[in-house]
Design a protein around this ligand. Structure first.
Ligand SMILES: O=P(O)(O)OC[C@H]1O[C@H](O)[C@H](O)[C@@H](O)[C@@H]1O
Length: 538
């Protein structure tokens, strides 16, 4: 592993990008009838069509050489073997172990906790677990943030069908989040899961304290708290100090943003049941096996990563938009923002030197078709260079015969087509002439309605929107991020960048209370602190 910029394959790719500057994807299709299949891969019921990328065989070969040069295969083995690949914290990043089948011998502890979670979930789901008034649990509230929120939230939104207690998620320290949620819940029938890897996250602990008081105010005695509060954490001491008896543990080798497969997924188990959770893990495991075994040119997560590297580092597309065409996957872009940007938003190499290549692009997006009516204008005609992932589950909540299902799927396919094909100026001119436009008015309208096209996108298709395929999709993205981290030579598994702001918030929290403002702030910060103090009459 070394600085990618020094690899011969990097130079080759730079030369190819310069040579192909005017390459048109439609010409690539015209020259190759089999392009759509030759630039598609499938694994675990998920397929990736990357034929609508500005990639030809030479580029693909050079990208695969870059992956070899950077030691992707060796790094992949180190990850699966549980070696300490998170070098700045000297830990493994072993989330793949969480999805290993039950007969995998070396993961005893993982299976033990998984069994305890399943037994607990069964008790709650069957109604034998009772709250302080003797009633069964109807609602589960997960209090957590970042990795302790986004994954379980995404999975529950994607798959909850009403067959179990209703799942709710509160992350924000803004009181509106918890207060609005609690307003719709009955304390006597609500189970709260406080989820925090560190059990030191200020927002989560503040919300947990309020939720605890809510129970007490509703008549729960101190001895009843255990019927309504459990924790998920790696920090048993802090959990017991907080006064929660029952903890489902996990380990420091599970990164927060890779943790939904661990006890952090307890809300998933409670809402969906043990079988669905196992299917989710099995879907991810099937993708893991594919990622581990398939040669890189046939490897879906690796190719997804390499396409991203090409767009980001060689075509200068520093903005990556993800649009799932499925309401149930509306939270996928937020989940991926943490997964990709917290993992690879770094500018220091694994050796502690300044990175010499650009790392993660901006990841953003939202659900289709809604997004089409908001910002797709920019994607089609704006000057910001963006590459896209469309995510399309084939079967949705309704049968194929439902007209809305046809709309959903057709729109997704059409947007990718429009981005690539653009609008042929000659055809448009004839159309406008037929409408009676001419002269300057015609030219003006022609210019406004012109689409250049040639804008790249991936199409990720899921056979169905179920636990298996969602598990496989998320695992594919996790491995994409891993491969990109190896290529960019950054440590994808630490997040030192979030520390400073947390420390400073702690200081300002005391200054907004009784403490005097510190003299060491910059002028703008000092003025803001003073303004809030004035507003609060301090
Ligand atoms: O699970 P916790 O320890 O409460 O952490 C929650 C989140 O907090 C931090 O800000 C980290 O950047 C995230 O990676 C983490 O997921």
């Amino acid at each position: 592993m070394s600085d990618p910029i020094n690899q011969p394959s990097w130079k080759t790719l730079e030369a190819l990008a310069a040579k192909n500057a005017n390459q048109q994807m439609l010409d690539l299709f015209a020259a190759d009838d089999a392009r759509a299949t030759r630039y598609s891969l499938a694994a675990a019921g998920v397929s990736l069509d990357y034929s609508k990328q500005r990639i030809d065989d030479d580029v693909r070969a050079a990208l695969l050489s870059l992956a070899d040069d950077q030691g992707v295969s060796e790094a992949r083995e180190a990850m699966f073997a549980g070696r300490a690949i998170n070098t700045s914290e000297n830990r493994a990043a072993w989330h793949v172990a969480l999805r290993a089948p039950h007969d995998a011998p070396m993961y005893d502890e993982v299976h033990e906790i998984r069994r305890a979670m399943a037994a607990f979930a069964e008790e709650v789901r069957s109604g034998s677990w009772r709250g302080f008034s003797g009633q069964p649990i109807t609602d589960v509230l997960n209090i957590g943030i970042g990795g302790s929120d986004l994954g379980p939230r995404l999975i529950c939104e994607a798959l909850y069908e009403g067959n179990g207690p209703r799942p709710h998620f509160v992350a924000n320290v803004d009181p509106a989040d918890l207060d609005d949620t609690l307003a719709g819940l009955d304390p006597a029938t609500t189970l709260v899961i406080v989820t925090s890897k560190s059990f030191g996250t200020a927002e989560t602990l503040a919300n947990a304290r309020v939720a605890r008081q809510w129970l007490v105010d509703a008549g729960a005695g101190e001895g009843d708290i255990a019927k309504h509060f459990v924790a998920v954490s790696t920090n048993a001491e802090a959990v017991s100090e907080f006064g929660i008896e029952r903890m489902f543990g996990f380990w420091d080798w599970v990164g927060g943003r890779y943790s939904l497969w661990s006890a952090v997924g307890l809300s998933i188990l409670l809402a969906l049941g043990g079988e669905q959770f196992e299917t989710l893990l099995a879907g991810a495991h099937t993708m893991d096996e594919h990622f581990r075994q398939a040669p890189l040119d046939e490897n879906l997560p690796a190719m997804l990563a390499l396409v991203g590297v090409w767009n980001n580092n060689f075509l200068g597309l520093k903005s990556h938009c993800v649009v799932p065409y499925a309401q149930r996957l509306a939270s996928l872009p937020s989940f991926l923002q943490q997964l990709e940007m917290e993992s690879n938003g770094k500018s220091v190499t694994r050796e502690g030197k300044p990175a010499t290549v650009s790392t993660v692009p901006t990841i953003w997006g939202s659900v289709g078709t809604n997004a089409q009516h908001a910002y797709f204008q920019m994607l089609h005609q704006g000057d910001l260079a963006v590459d896209m992932d469309f995510v399309l589950p084939l079967s949705g909540p309704k049968a194929a015969g439902d007209a809305r299902e046809r709309e959903r799927i057709a729109n997704c396919i059409a947007q990718a087509e429009a981005l690539m094909c653009g609008r042929d100026s000659d055809a448009l001119r004839s159309e406008l002439e037929a409408q009676g436009l001419e002269g300057e008015a015609l030219e003006h309208r022609l210019a406004a309605r012109r689409f250049d096209g040639n804008r790249p996108s991936n199409m990720l298709v899921l056979e169905t929107l179920d636990a298996h395929h969602v598990g496989a999709l998320i695992a594919a993205y996790e491995h994409k991020v891993f491969v990109q981290g190896i290529i960019w030579n950054v440590n994808s598994f630490d997040q030192w960048g979030v520390e400073l702001g947390k420390t400073m918030a702690g200081q300002i929290v005391s200054e907004l209370g009784e403490d005097a403002p510190s003299a060491t702030h910059d002028g703008s910060t000092a003025a803001l602190v003073a303004r809030v103090r004035r507003a609060w009459g301090r």
